[in-house]
Write a protein that binds this ligand. Structure first.
Ligand code: 5AD
Ligand code: SF4
Length: 482
């Protein structure tokens, strides 16, 4: 009864997994929102739904009744863009039957492809970038007046802090809370700094209030989202990037990620707290100590490594070496021994040799990740890598290296899961198992999926489960009294 693969190739998982959001009520107009890509995009769709709800829209999953269709897009790899194109073709065919329907593109593809989509290919009526969602109602009206509407301006301030996301398509148990936007890291392979703009942190008070509100509504787990949560920084007056530039007074009133994590954990002690994504160059021992000190902060860190070769890491502009990364792993093992760790790895980055690839495999052997997200390098327009380096690893070599990485991860995931067999784990029930309505599906603090037979529990309950078997992806068990 497998719920999902622990080892995921992202193009097929986070990227391909479209979610049609629905929140039915009696509002006069209907919007269908489809989301692709990272958790941040799914979280943004909930902000968009909230903005539109305030302007008389209800959400629907049914294209036939939609007045407005919005595709929240991802640009991270070429394949993600191709998926979105197919969806746009599909909605254009629907539009032939329903000419009054407005079709729009949101998110990461907006800036790069605005003129292509709007003018050259006439695929869409509306293009809105990630910082311009407040403008959506006005832009939809412009379309109704016969104009093509576009706003892709990126902001240095927008965090949508005051907007209460409409929780859609979820299980009522787990929710995403966005704590910052954009990214300043400029990894040379990555398009995100161009599509999502400068990094800015959200007011911690608004974050804590959102978490408290979720707790009151019965949610049991929040995931704090940012491209690099470890560089979260807020000082009395607002978000500011560089701690070194703060005055003494500002430093004293500042809140970093460790501070925020502690505030959130304390504000909602019955809610599990997760976060994503950590950055090896910025992850401090202070954060690890806060994790260790709070039972409700989940013992799981997603710590993308990208490559095990320091030479490649430098070309990627990741800001750390392989030794530095190992030092961070040691810090996790020392401060939170039970902590699970997952990775992102890119196979076949520009100039990667067999030795570099072997260094990645060796690093995997060193860490023995619980699970991971692995990709072939995909050159993205306007990135430093595209401008300065040559995408010179042949496709079949990339593919072979990727499969070696995936195979190793599978072995490690299975080994790791075997260590959980025979033990009792606290599991938060998220819902019914996809394979059987007689079984629940939940997660341990380490983020490992557990499936066990149903009795009188309900989603949102914490239960104790004794694990008797496992695969690389899932633990199988039976409920026991805590
Ligand atoms: N090609 C392949 N993978 C990429 N990622 C980001 N940009 C690219 C790219 N151009 C991966 C990284 C990152 C994850 C979200 O996506 O591993 O951590
Ligand atoms: Fe992209 Fe690097 Fe920023 Fe992650 S940290 S979003 S990989 S630039």
């Amino acid at each position: 009864m497998l719920e999902e693969k622990a080892v995921k190739e992202m193009d097929e998982s986070r990227q391909g997994e479209a979610l049609k959001l629905e929140n039915q009520d009696n509002k006069s107009r209907k919007v269908l929102i489809e989301s692709y890509g990272c958790q941040m995009n799914f979280s943004d769709s909930e902000i968009v739904a909230s903005i539109l709800e305030d302007n008389g829209y209800a959400t629907t999953r049914n294209a036939e009744e939609a007045d407005l269709v919005l595709i929240n897009t991802c640009s991270i790899r070429e394949k993600a863009e191709q998926t979105v194109r197919k969806r746009l073709d599909f909605y254009n065919s629907v539009k032939k039957q329903q000419p009054s329907m407005t079709v729009g593109v949101l998110g990461c593809m907006a800036e790069r492809l605005k003129s292509k989509f709007l003018e050259e290919e006439k695929l869409v009526d509306l293009v809105v970038g990630p910082d311009a969602y407040r403008d959506l109602p006005g832009l939809v009206e412009e379309v109704k007046d016969g104009r093509k509407a576009v706003n892709v301006i990126l902001s240095k301030e927008e965090t949508y802090a005051d907007i209460s996301p409409v929780r859609l398509g979820g299980n009522g148990v787990t929710a995403f809370v966005s704590i910052m936007r954009g990214c300043d890291n400029m990894c040379t392979f990555c398009v995100v700094p161009f599509t999502r703009g400068r990094e800015r942190s959200r007011d911690p008070e608004s974050i804590v209030n959102e978490v408290k509100d979720l707790a009151e509504k019965g949610y049991k787990e929040v995931t704090l989202l940012g491209q690099n949560v470890d560089s979260f920084l807020w000082y009395g007056g607002g978000p500011k990037k560089d701690f070194k530039k703060l005055t003494e007074e500002e430093r004293e009133s500042s809140v970093n990620f460790a501070g925020l994590l502690g505030m959130v954990a304390q504000a909602a002690p019955n809610v599990r707290v997760r976060f994503s994504t950590s950055h090896p160059k910025d992850m401090t021992d202070e954060v690890l100590h806060v994790m260790a000190a709070h039972k409700n902060i989940c013992k799981y860190i997603h710590l993308p490594v990208q490559s095990g070769s320091s030479r490649v890491l430098e070309l990627m502009n990741r800001g750390y070496t392989s030794d530095w990364y190992k030092n961070r792993i040691e810090a996790i093992r020392r401060i939170i021994p039970e902590c699970a760790i997952s990775q992102d790895i890119i196979a076949g980055f520009c100039s990667e040799t067999e030795e570099d690839h072997q260094a990645t495999l060796d690093l995997m052997d060193y860490v023995k990740y619980d699970f991971g997200y692995m990709f072939m390098y995909s050159e993205r327009p306007n990135t430093v890598a595209q401008k300065k380096f040559v995408d010179d690893v042949p496709h079949d070599v990339k593919k072979r290296r990727l499969s070696e990485i995936i195979e190793k991860q599978n072995q490690h995931s299975l080994e790791r899961n075997k260590t959980y067999v025979g033990k009792v784990h606290e599991v938060l029930i998220e819902g019914l198992s996809k394979r059987s309505d007689q079984e629940w599906y939940g997660r341990t603090t380490q983020n490992t999926v557990v499936v066990f037979p149903k009795s009188d529990e309900k989603p949102g309950d914490y239960v104790h489960v004794k694990v008797h078997d496992c695969t690389a992806a899932t633990l199988l068990g039976k409920r026991v009294e805590g």
